[in-house]
Each structure stands twice: as structure tokens, then as C-alpha cells.
Ligand binder design. Structure first.
Ligand code: HEM
Length: 420
């Protein structure tokens, strides 16, 4: 690994003295060695670093474990409604982060009592999911997906498996059949809205997602069933149909990318690290340990945007102004030397911040459901294709250049073809 120490892409501050020497949040380091980058940032700037987002928009990257826990635990100081940002006048209409940062009337941007109402409905609706049934459903989904490539002896697991499975599982949890034209179209539109490829039209796809979810809500109003959508509609908090639509889209979207990357990062670890050595007689560590180690060291949501300061305050020795944006550095916090002074020893503990913390954390049952989906996906694949190996050298696997999600471009594998 190369040391990026003295070569961070420093940029001129955007006029504010606090952001003099701010670091552009982007670049190759995120693709290859973000852990090194976070170490260097911490060394040069401390637990809260001044950074520049796309278009050189200033923000703070919170790198310390204690500081991320503090920010997420004090929503009266660091709140979620992005309309209080003091940078809106500098944000162009086509700013690439607008889909994540622009205010939407969903649970994600609500605060206080209103957030408790909306998040409470989601929590109870997710609590109604039978984890054994979910596991059985995921196994069936996994079997179908595996059957589509098992005969060829080769597969690209990122698109053919790791993304496809949680998307279908989430759609099914919400009460849609996992097959059928409407579902196939919804799954494809969700993929385009969350992860557009060249030639895709994410705005049109997102509009179709809204229309399909609105139709689902109407159907479930008329004929409720044992699913998340119906439980949200029947909840005594009395959400409007439009509130349910907004929050269902948040649930499905929140379930998709992080769970897909959790699956893929775990498969990568299992296939490249000899402690797990799945292709050679079993390995010494289990799938469960690999899933947990990934949450510590290659967490899917490496940075999350974010929180907005309610008033002037101090954090990590920095003066944070009212309306400043804070990015939660979840990956950096998980590897903070303050909690790992000697070396990493976290595999058995689940005190990482990968699901965030505090009022807006990933709502309680969701991490459990994500665990069922990810574990079933990984275990079923390894059971069905026991001699699965990488089809390229480990060094040839490349990470996507995203600052936000930690995931691979592709995961090509090969195995003995299974003839039915
Ligand atoms: C079944 C799968 C999942 C579901 C249904 C789900 C659902 C949600 C929802 C509804 C929120 C918004 C909470 C709020 O604003 O009150 C959320 C936030 C979040 N989720 Fe999940 N999620 C899932 C899987 C995951 C996974 C696998 C990860 C990462 C390993 C993850 C990490 C997060 C993070 C970091 C947040 C942001 C919390 C914050 O603002 O502090 N989620 N999730």
C-alpha cells in the first residue's frame, strides 16, 4: 500500500478561515485505500476535518468514534433537516449530491416528535417481518438467481447476485410479488434511480418508482396483507398515503445499496483472505465473522451525509457554525485509533457505527433483517457452489470511486458448472 500522507489533495478554502487547507472529499484514495486516507486526515486535522464536497462546497468530516457518537446522539445540536444548510445559495440545480441532500418530505428529513412518529411506524412494520420466513424467501430468491448462472461455471456476482437479491427481498417484504412484469420494472427503476449507468434516465426512473409505490399503497389500502406496506397503513399513528409512499421508498432504497455492498464485500473477504479460505476445506472463521469484520473494516456506508448544525457549537476543537453540514465518517470512526490503540480486534464485537447511532440510526429491526438477507445470500451461494473461486487475481478487483458507498465494480467468479 502506498502512503498518501503528504499528498492529500489540499484545496484553497472557500473564503472561510475555518476551511483553509480543506481537503477535497473525492479522488482515487477513496477507490483504493480509504483507511489510509482517514488516518492521514486524522493526523493532519484531528477528529473533525474541514472538507470540500463536489463543486468545492465546504463541510466537516467527522472522523472520530466519540465525535460521531456525540453528533448522532445530540440531534438538538446536529439535526437532519437539510433546509437549514448555510450553503444553499452556492448549490447549483444539477449538483450531483442533491438526490441525497435535497429536502424530501420523508422520514429521513423529519425531526423531533414528527421523526419519532414516522420512524416508530417503520420500526413496528419491520418488527412484523417473520425472520424465518424472510430467510426462507431469501433462500428461494438466491436459488433462482444462482440457477440462472450455475450452468455456465462463471458469474459476475455484483450485478447477478449481490444487488439483485436484497432488492427483490425488500420489494417482497413490502408486499409485491418478486416476479411479474411490474416488479421487474420496479426493481430495474430502483436500480437506475440509486445507481444510474450511462444512458439511464434516473429522474424518469424515480418518477416511475413513485407511481408504482403509490399504486401499491392504493392496492394495500383496499386489500391489506401480511406485509410492511399494510402494517404501515394500518398503524394507529395514521400516516397519510403520501407519507407512506415517501417512507416506503426510503425503506426500499435504504435496504438496497448497503445490503448489496455488505454481501459483496463479505464475499470478497471470504474469497481473498486465507483466514476464511472458503474454497479450501472450510476455512477457520465463519460467514458470521466475515459479515461482522466487513462492518468494522469495509463498511458499506463509509460516509453518510449528514447532519446540519442547529446553532454555533464546538466539536473536536472546531467551531461549527449554525447551518454547517457534517458528514458522518462511519468507516473512519470504526477504525479510530482511539478505540483500537494497538491493533484491530473488533470482529467479535458489534460496537461499530456502521448502522449509525442515535435518533436517526438505521431503525432497530432493519440491521437484523439486513443480517438475515446478507447471511442467507452468502451461505446459500457457498452451499450451492462450494468450489467457487475468484476469476481474477485479488489485486484486479477494483472499488467504485464513491466517497459514500464502499463497494466493488464487479466480482467475477468461476466454479464447476452445475448441470440440472
Ligand atoms: C433490510 C435492510 C435495511 C433497511 C430496511 C434499512 C432502513 C433504514 C431506514 C428506514 C433508515 C432511515 C432512518 C431514519 O432516518 O430515521 C436507515 C438509515 C440508515 N441505515 Fe439502514 N436499512 C437497511 C440496511 C442497512 C445496512 C446493511 C446498513 C449498513 C451496513 C445500513 C446503514 C444505515 C445508515 C448508516 C443509516 C443512516 C442513519 C443516520 O442518519 O444516522 N442500513 N436505514
Amino acid at each position: 500500500m502506498t502512503d498518501t500522507g503528504s499528498r492529500l489533495p489540499h484545496a484553497p478554502g472557500p473564503g472561510c478561515p475555518a476551511h483553509a487547507g480543506a481537503v477535497r472529499l473525492g479522488g482515487l484514495e477513496y477507490q483504493q485505500t480509504p483507511a489510509q486516507l482517514y488516518r492521514t486526515l486524522r493526523r493532519e486535522h484531528g477528529a473533525v476535518a474541514p472538507v470540500l464536497l463536489d463543486g468545492d462546497i465546504p463541510a466537516w468530516l467527522v472522523l472520530g468514534y466519540a465525535e460521531v457518537a456525540y453528533v448522532t446522539g445530540h440531534d438538538e445540536l446536529f439535526a437532519r433537516d437539510s433546509r437549514r444548510w448555510n450553503q444553499w445559495e452556492n448549490i447549483p440545480a444539477d449538483w450531483p449530491l442533491l438526490p441525497f441532500v435535497g429536502y424530501q418530505p420523508s422520514v429521513l428529513f423529519t425531526e423531533g416528535e414528527e421523526h419519532r412518529r414516522r420512524a416508530g411506524v417503520i420500526t413496528e412494520a419491520l418488527e412484523g417481518v417473520d425472520q424465518f420466513q424472510l430467510s426462507r424467501d431469501c433462500r428461494q430468491l438466491a436459488d433462482r438467481l444462482i440457477a440462472s448462472f450455475a450452468g455456465s461455471g462463471r458469474a459476475e456476482l455484483m450485478s447477478m447476485y449481490a444487488h439483485a437479491l436484497p432488492m427483490r427481498a425488500a420489494v417482497q417484504m413490502c408486499g409485491m410479488p418478486h416476479t411479474g412484469e411490474a416488479t421487474v420494472q420496479l426493481v430495474e427503476d430502483l436500480r437506475i434511480s440509486l445507481d444510474a449507468a450511462e444512458g439511464d434516465d434516473p429522474v424518469a426512473a424515480y418518477t416511475r418508482v413513485g407511481e408504482r409505490i403509490r399504486q401499491l399503497v392504493e392496492e394495500k389500502r383496499e386489500r391489506p396483507g401480511p406485509d410492511v406496506t399494510s402494517r404501515m397503513l394500518l398503524h394507529p399513528a395514521g400516516l397519510t398515503d403520501e407519507e407512506v409512499v415517501q417512507d416506503l421508498i426510503s425503506v426500499i432504497a435504504a435496504a438496497q445499496q448497503p445490503t448489496a455492498n455488505w454481501i459483496c464485500n463479505t464475499l470478497r473477504l471470504l474469497l481473498t483472505d486465507e483466514r476464511f479460505a472458503v474454497s479450501v476445506s472450510g476455512g477457520r472463521l465463519s460467514v458470521g465473522e466475515a459479515l461482522n469484520e466487513v462492518l468494522w473494516l469495509e463498511t458499506p456506508t463509509q460516509n453518510f451525509i449528514g447532519r446540519w448544525a442547529v446553532r454555533d457549537t464546538q466539536l473536536g476543537g472546531r467551531l461549527i457554525r449554525a447551518g454547517d453540514c457534517l458528514v458522518l465518517g462511519l468507516a473512519a470512526a470504526n477504525t479510530d485509533p482511539q478505540i483500537w490503540p494497538d491493533s484491530f480486534a473488533g470482529a467479535e464485537s458489534s460496537a461499530h457505527l456502521s448502522f449509525s447511532s442515535g435518533e436517526h440510526r438505521c431503525p432497530y429491526p432493519a440491521p437484523l433483517l439486513a443480517d438475515v438477507i446478507a447471511r442467507t445470500a452468502v451461505e446459500t451461494l457457498l452451499e450451492r457452489l462450494p468450489d467457487l473461486v475468484l476469476a481474477v487475481e485479488p489485486e484486479q478487483l477494483t472499488w467504485r470511486p464513491s466517497v459514500w458507498m464502499r463497494g466493488l465494480h464487479s466480482l467475477p467468479v468461476e466454479f464447476t458448472p452445475v448441470v440440472r
